[in-house]
Ligand binder design. Structure first.
Ligand code: NI
Length: 158
């Protein structure tokens, strides 16, 4: 396991849509090392989530800290998002030293593959739901600062 370098805002990899993972890759040593390194890098940086593009790997993988510890989600998609939203403070390992309020769905249902290649689907609420939405944004080339900007300009028009 190794701590990898976290790329910061300005690096084009953070603005790309990350590519799907072929489930066959999950069994490879290289893939297992990638997941281990993501967890180690996240903890080293005191984060609660990390997406593969943040270490320069443009693939649809993220780690999120859950009540049961870190979980890996591969090729994740939201199958449900609540109408109800919550405003809360976020930061990002790729935007060091900054924090701002972002409005996110209060609850989301997500499905994807686990590190072992099993299909998983669950519903998350509140802070954990926020982490999932923040990390999913990374896979689509968005940073939370983009959401802040969007939401501020929307409020300005109201
Ligand atoms: Ni982030």
């Amino acid at each position: 396991m190794a701590v990898r370098t976290i790329v910061v805002d300005g690096d084009p990899v953070l603005r790309q849509r990350a590519q799907e993972v072929d489930p066959k890759e999950l069994k490879t040593e290289e893939f297992k090392t990638l997941l281990d390194d993501m967890v180690e890098t996240m903890y080293h940086a005191n984060g609660v989530g990390i997406a593969a593009p943040q270490i320069g790997v443009s693939r649809r993988i993220f780690i999120a800290e859950s009540a049961q510890g870190p979980i890996a989600l591969i090729n994740p998609v939201f199958t449900k998002k609540s109408w109800k939203t919550l405003n809360g403070e976020e930061g990002c390992l790729s935007v060091p030293g900054k924090f701002d309020k972002v409005r996110r769905c209060k609850s989301v249902t997500i499905e994807g593959l686990t590190a072992a290649g099993a299909k998983i689907s669950f519903t998350a609420e509140n802070f954990f739901a926020r982490i999932l939405q923040h990390e999913m944004d990374h896979l689509d080339g968005y940073l939370y600062v983009d959401r802040v900007k969007e939401q501020k300009s929307k409020r300005g028009k109201e």
